[in-house]
Design a protein around this ligand. Sequence first.
Ligand code: IPE
Ligand code: IPE
Ligand code: MG
Length: 236
Amino acid sequence: MDLSAIDLNHVPAHIAAVMDGNGRWAQARGLKRTDGHSAGEEALLDAVHGALELGVEWLTVYAFSTENWRRPTDEVKFLMGFNESLLVRRRDELNELGVRIRFIGRRDWRVPKRLIRRMNESTELTKNNTKLTLTIAFNYGGRAELVDAVRALNDQGKAITESNIEANLYDPEAPEVDLFVRTSGESRTSNFMLWQAAYAELVFIETFWPDFRRQHMADAVAEFQRRERRFGGLNG
Ligand code: IPE
Ligand code: IPE
Ligand code: MG
């Protein structure tokens, strides 16, 4: 990975990635859409290596949105089984790399029990790792997350304040998103990290997710470092 354009002392603390374009990647090759999801596994592992080499400590990836239930049953079913088997295939490797695996999203009745079991096992196995927190957003929606947070505050009789909402997000420990990357040429957030990405730098790249490699992450970080973040104030 070419890191020459990067200041390793100022990498984003938290990168969020929308892993998009699996279906189009497959269709362009005359394959089934689900083959594109399978090919995305290698890209995810390479992205993890990229984050580790860059010294990025939080990486959150969008694996299944609250809106993805609208897809054909066969594809949804495939994605449930695929994500479950991916955890079984990869958790030891991720554990050895020092990756702490977490999940965000609604664990409602539509998410298979077997998958939830694998999620819990993966989190438990890797909970003491400190190099990188890889958060997998599954059955995740930014709107649902905010509704859940506000409902929790309501149930606890607490005031609706920014800090109270933050404390009731799915992972209150996760820092704000600094860099938001989406592959496949689409320039939208699709309900990902609505709260956390309020001041994120957005980087949209043309590459389909299965072709994403650690160098793309390095390039996105280089782009991030060229931006001027103002957070509503004035710089210099
Ligand atoms: C992203 O790839 C993976 C999921 C949404 C689960 P897509 O499946 O959205 O691929 P395209 O966007 O149709 O090419
Ligand atoms: C966002 O991609 C969700 C994931 C990558 C998991 P989509 O492909 O579902 O988003 P839209 O439909 O193009 O907005
Ligand atoms: Mg898509």
